[in-house]
Design a protein around this ligand. Structure first.
Ligand SMILES: Cc1cc2nc3c(=O)[nH]c(=O)nc-3n(C[C@H](O)[C@H](O)[C@H](O)COP(=O)(O)OP(=O)(O)OC[C@H]3O[C@@H](n4cnc5c(N)ncnc54)[C@H](O)[C@@H]3O)c2cc1C
Length: 375
């Protein structure tokens, strides 16, 4: 690799999933990489904890093999509304629900095995007209990667902030001790938002609730979802409810000079898509390929393509969130014609192109949406 040996070839700011994946991908191509994170493992973070089959495939490429024993497999997605339920299996493979600290540890173990230099409990300070410090010490690097999450300081410091914020919603998650009752990730649609349930162990599920309303909590939302409330009734809550913002955002640029952004720092799609982690892993692989080719150009040009489909899916789901009549009709249509939901899931999983879906199923979907709605 033609990256110049300095104190480190690449300094990765943030050791979350995207930062660790980037470090591993870069080491796979021979770079000398240092990761610094302000927190110390085990690092937990509010997340729905569902890794779709495509996320597992990206992780395989990084040498991180998400075996079933690390969590609980799921085989598709189920939508549940007031009246209708629709489900579809993934066209290929299974997803895995895995507790966030477990995923973090697997990535960390792989990074260590690959020889990434890891520094925990060490904040990186980036300030205008001041040298970059890692844990208070000056650090030289050839390239810097900002993998410092949604509220990225590296992004602001590098002049990469701005862009388009398409949605921002409020999310909460908690875990319950109960045997998963389904091998689907269940997305329950209520009036104020969605709650989705991911099996993460033999006797544990993760429940994430997302709403436009800032004051909403898991409990309020469950009250709108009798089926889900019944399933969780009496189950012990094993973690405290934790909140986070979830954004659909894109940036005009994700690289400048010798700085690139990956993961949530570089843009994101609403958590309901379940694609945040996969996007970070794809960006990691692309960035390593780009740096090996000598610069950030390939990364800059390929990055928007990684966000396109998750943004489209987020747009679709947010429309269903905003317009109850549309949501009811869409759920009714998918329940009546399961092959439509299967085809849509194939698009979501990246197995089929969206234009193909529109060509093949657009007219049927349109007719079903316009059909008289039940009272
Ligand atoms: C409620 C919710 C549910 C979700 N559900 C799913 C899901 O089911 N499936 C899915 O794929 N995605 C999901 N996502 C999205 C997913 O969680 C994110 O896309 C993912 O966490 C992004 O990883 P990241 O490494 O970019 O950022 P983060 O995980 O935020 O990591 C950033 C790291 O940077 C560190 N850091 C920040 N600033 C500094 C600094 N100055 N110096 C040193 N370190 C620093 C932080 O300590 C942190 O460890 C969900 C998100 C939310 C909010």
């Amino acid at each position: 690799m033609s990256i110049r040996k300095d104190i480190c070839d690449v300094l990765v700011v943030g050791g979350g999933p995207a930062g660790l994946a980037t470090a591993i991908a870069l080491r796979q191509r021979g770079a000398d990489v240092m990761v610094a994170d302000a927190l110390k493992p085990p690092i937990d973070k509010p997340c729905g904890e569902g890794l779709m089959p495509d996320s597992r495939r990206e992780l395989d490429r990084l040498g991180v093999h998400l075996e079933t024993r690390y969590g609980a497999e799921f085989h598709g997605i189920l939508f549940a509304g007031h009246h209708d339920r629709a489900n579809a299996e993934f066209p290929q493979g299974a997803g895995l629900g895995v507790r966030r600290p477990v995923l973090q540890q697997l990535l960390l173990d792989r990074a260590e095995e690959m020889g990434v230099r890891l520094q925990w409990g060490v904040p990186v300070t980036v300030r205008e007209e001041e040298p970059v410090t890692v844990g208070g010490e000056l650090t030289r690097y050839r390239w810097m990667v900002g993998a410092d999450g949604n509220a990225s300081r590296v992004r602001v410091w590098a002049g990469l902030d701005g862009g388009t914020l398409r949605s921002h919603r409020f999310a909460f998650r908690a875990h319950y001790r109960v045997a998963p009752w389904s091998d689907f990730v269940e997305i329950h649609w209520g009036e104020t938002g969605q709650a989705y349930v991911t099996p993460v162990g033999e006797r544990e599920v993760c429940v994430a609730a997302i709403s436009r309303r800032p004051g909403l909590r898991l409990e309020n939302m469950l009250a709108e979802m009798p089926f889900l409330s019944e399933k969780l009734a009496g189950a012990e809550r094993t973690t405290a409810e934790r909140g986070a913002l979830t954004l659909t955002r894109s940036l005009p640029r994700v690289a400048r000079g010798n700085v690139a952004l990956v993961g949530d720092a570089s843009g994101s799609a609403d958590a309901i898509t379940g694609e945040g982690l996969a996007m970070g892993f794809r960006q990691a692989l692309l960035l390593a390929e780009s740096l090996e080719a000598g610069g950030l150009e390939r990364y800059e040009s390929g990055h928007p393509g990684i966000l396109t489909l998750p943004h489209r899916m987020a747009g679709l789901m947010l429309m269903m969130d905003r317009f109850p009549a549309l949501r009811d009709r869409a759920l009714q249509a998918m329940a009546a014609r399961p092959e439509l939901f299967r085809a849509l899931l194939a698009v979501h999983a990246g197995e089929q192109p969206l234009p193909g879906f529109v060509l093949r199923h657009g007219a049927t979907m349109g007719a079903l949406m316009l059909a008289p709605h039940r009272a």
